[in-house]
Design a protein around this ligand. Structure first.
Ligand code: ZN
Length: 331
């Protein structure tokens, strides 16, 4: 009887219920992390979850960090007396909120211990305060031992001073990143090279616009079957990202009118036994409603979790250079 069991697909043995031999492959367990971000994370996290679960391939849990410390409100310019009074009231409120935050935050952070090991892949929608050292260590161990990681949009703004995190994402932006954070990745005749000689800030973007994405590794499972060029819905086109940029494979890039360079849009990076998928895309609803963002997030997350992609490419003619294909899900 052991021989019969050994002949079954591995996933069948562990499928809940074991409803006959046609059991579906086990779903990929995703953990989304959010809680602080200079983007609309409360809006975007449910959309990310829906993009994944709509495929039938994933289950999604969410772990939310303690909130950020309330920032003091910006003073109005040339205020009327009423505006000034309102501003002063807002400042007092922010100070009170900050006091509550400072009282409660240490205990909240002490209690925040996401169970990374229960998941096949962690997707970060987080850009905020440093995680506790215990969580950072657990996360590095998780990925190093084979866990998947997806860095989504402003997650690459986070943690400028965490070396292992920057090794995972390959490139990042803002947070005081400069040439000290690592090189730019630039596309030249011989391929992508680490530009270690150009100084300057890490991270920027011009006004949001639709732009064409160009596949650079058409044989990689995440972009296999996608066209050579397709139009991405209105989005921020991140440029001039910097980081260690070791072992980065750029799957797709886009031409930035700001830098006059091809800028990496989709990347994969190995970290120990783990796989990282890094998408710079998906600033807000316009972009999240785009098929370009959705398909690459779905396939990139599957690949980070399993090293394979079973989700099919969309039918030919769905993603085209002329028109940004949309599947509206955002309110
Ligand atoms: Zn953004």
């Amino acid at each position: 009887m052991v021989a019969v069991l050994a002949g079954l697909p591995f996933a069948t043995l562990f499928s809940p219920g074991l409803h006959g031999a046609a059991a579906e492959p086990a779903k990929i367990r995703v953990l989304i992390i959010d809680g602080q971000n200079n983007h609309a994370w409360r809006v975007n996290t449910p959309l990310l979850a829906r993009i994944l679960t709509d495929t039938g391939r994933f289950t999604v849990d969410i772990s939310t960090t303690p909130p950020a410390r309330p920032a003091p409100p910006r003073a109005p310019r040339n205020p009327t007396p009423e505006q000034l009074a309102a501003h002063e009231a807002a400042v007092r409120q922010a100070e009170a909120d900050a006091k509550i935050h400072d009282t409660k935050a240490p205990a909240l952070w002490a209690a925040w211990r996401p169970a990374f090991a229960r998941y096949d892949v962690v997707l970060s929608n987080y850009n905020g305060e440093d995680w506790p050292e215990e969580v950072r260590t657990a996360f590095v161990t998780y990925v190093r031992e084979g866990g998947g990681f997806v860095s989504y949009h402003a997650a690459n703004n986070a943690f400028p001073n965490w070396p292992e995190y920057n090794a995972m994402i390959g490139l990042g932006g803002w947070g005081g990143r400069t040439e000290k954070s690592g090189p730019y990745l630039r596309l030249r005749a011989n391929g992508w090279f680490r530009d270690t000689s150009t100084a300057g800030p890490g991270g920027g973007h011009g006004p949001q616009h639709e732009f064409v994405i160009e596949s650079r590794q058409p044989d990689h499972p995440i972009v296999a079957g996608l066209p050579a060029r397709w139009r991405n819905a209105k989005d921020e086109l991140y440029h001039g990202l910097r980081g260690p940029a070791e072992n980065v494979t750029v799957l797709a890039s886009a031409y930035s009118p700001e830098t006059k360079e091809q800028e990496p849009m989709l990347m994969v990076i190995p970290f120990g036994k783990g796989r990282v998928f890094h998408t710079t895309l998906g600033h807000a609803a316009d972009a999240i409603n785009g098929l370009s963002f959705q398909i690459t997030l779905q396939r990139g997350t599957e690949w980070a979790a399993t090293g394979r992609v079973t989700l099919p490419a969309p039918p030919a003619g769905t993603l085209t250079e002329d028109r940004a294909a949309l599947r509206p899900i955002a309110p």
